[in-house]
Design a binder for this molecule. Structure first.
Ligand SMILES: Cc1ncc(COP(=O)(O)O)c(C=O)c1O
Length: 453
């Protein structure tokens, strides 16, 4: 072993000893030159390695809905690790997985009564796609295999997820490996028609009609499911136009196609309800979830399905495996214990209610940035928000984009953790946020934008 590798393995992590980690979705040469390092966290705040308190305006990555290191969630994980660290879930079971499944399903709308566990949003999406295809076959409609996604959709990073996803930069390098049998409908964003809309834009419901055209092209007999995020998150918080989701639901129903809501971001209080399905009052057939399901504390993904879908699998000989799918850590005890504790916290501290109560304040505060330098659109719903910047003449990746510069300055100069995606500053504070913290986030973003050329 080269001596440099041994030294890294033996030594405690040092701020400038960053070589080994091949970082996810990061400009890592830039990062490693000037690291943004978090060493601990509590509630609304993280602590940087130089001891600064950083106000978390993004709930980590849309996941720490109950805030950081909540004592009840920490205690539940610690207890579970001491009692039962792991038990297989293939042909064995452990009680906490069944308890978590029952309690999580109870929060779902309508007849969603079953859940399949995984470890991430990406896996929840791949699981949903496999369930959709297998379900169609199980009910004798084996030609229904195609999946329709949407431009600008983000459904994680696995091959199925990037195939149904609609972000060119995530797909480009893997073009030859994408899943066959996929098509996309248009995204719903139009700056000219919608800029600075409050909550749901008035314009754009007709874009759902494009789904009818896709169905004409491929025939409903060949389509298993449509997958969309009810609010597109990672692409920069695109709020669905009024009437759009209703139309998508109606078209899917008319053509006997499953509707999958990817709620990896929107579930668990982000919009003030357990799900966006409940917020918008639209009933999907499958809901994918992760992140806030256990307050981001232990990796967990979940694919929720309606009763009829589950029932279609429960046929044939009872000694046969009904669904050939699963992960070593599906329903991991620590993740499930964390989910149960997180649900308790959501209820005891009325966190969904807090998010609902703050929606108006959040939206108004963000919209007060209209007129700030470079701002060309503002979008907000629930406790999600986006401020879109004019990219100007910057030339990324050879130069920092305006959004990246804003992100970097917010961290180092203002003590704010935010996300940026393309030209958009994206925000989603923990649901424990209060009004003065909202004001602080918005004031510091406004102040920083004034320093960006
Ligand atoms: C809507 C949606 N689906 C899937 C994913 C992927 O989740 P993960 O990063 O846990 O794989 C994300 C992540 O942000 C997401 O926003």
């Amino acid at each position: 072993m080269p001596s440099s590798v041994k030294r890294v393995a033996d030594a405690p992590a040092k701020p400038n000893d960053l070589g080994a980690h091949f970082m996810p979705f990061t400009a890592q040469r830039q990062f490693k030159g000037k690291p943004r390092m978090i060493v601990s966290a509590k509630g609304m705040y993280c602590t940087s390695d130089d001891g600064r308190q950083i106000l978390d305006a993004s709930a980590g990555m849309w996941c720490m809905n109950a805030g950081h290191c909540h004592p009840k969630i920490v205690a539940a994980i610690q207890k579970q690790a001491a009692d039962l660290d792991y038990a297989p879930n293939f042909s064995y079971g452990h009680p906490v997985a069944f308890q978590a499944a029952a309690r999580l399903c109870a929060e779902m709308p309508g007849d969603i009564e079953h859940v399949f566990f995984s470890n991430s949003g990406s896996e929840a999406v791949d699981t949903a796609i496999k369930i959709a295809i297998a379900y169609q076959r199980a009910r004798g409609k084996g030609t229904k295999t195609r999946i329709i996604g949407r431009e600008r959709g983000y459904h994680g990073v696995n091959i199925a997820g990037i195939s149904v996803g609609g972000l060119g930069y995530n797909r480009k390098v893997f073009s030859a490996a994408l899943m066959p049998g996929v098509d996309h409908i248009p995204h719903t964003h139009n700056l000219e028609k919608q800029a600075f809309s409050k909550l749901q834009p008035e314009w754009g419901a007709h874009l759902a009609d494009e789904l009818e055209n896709r169905i004409l092209l491929h025939d409903a007999e060949n389509i298993a499911a449509v997958i969309i995020e009810p609010v597109a998150g990672s692409t920069g918080v695109l709020v669905p136009p009024k009437g759009y989701l209703e139309k998508i639901r109606a078209i899917c129903t008319k053509h006997d196609i499953l509707l999958i809501f990817d709620e990896v971001i929107t579930a668990w209080g982000r919009l003030g309800k357990a799900t966006a399905a409940e917020y918008f009052n639209i009933m999907p057939d499958i809901i994918t979830s992760a992140k806030g399901i256990n307050g981001g504390s232990v990796p967990m993904g979940a694919t929720f399905i309606r009763k009829g879908i589950y029932d279609a699998f429960m046929q044939g000989g009872e000694f046969g495996v009904e669904f050939m799918h699963g992960y070593t850590y599906s329903g991991h005890p620590l993740a499930c214990a964390a989910a149960l504790a997180t649900l308790d916290v959501y209820k005891e501290e009325k966190l969904f209610e807090n998010a609902a109560k703050l929606e108006k304040k959040w939206s108004e505060a963000l919209h007060s940035l209209k007129g700030a330098p470079h701002v060309i659109d503002i979008r907000a719903i629930g406790l999600m928000g986006a401020v879109e910047l004019d990219p100007g003449t910057r030339n990324p990746p050879h130069e920092m984009s305006r959004a990246m510069e804003t992100f970097d300055k917010l961290f180092f100069d203002e003590g704010i953790m935010m996300r940026f995606t393309g030209n958009v500053m994206a925000m989603s504070p923990p649901l424990i946020v209060n009004e003065s913290q909202i004001d602080e986030i918005v004031a510091k973003l406004g102040k920083t934008l004034k320093t960006v050329k």
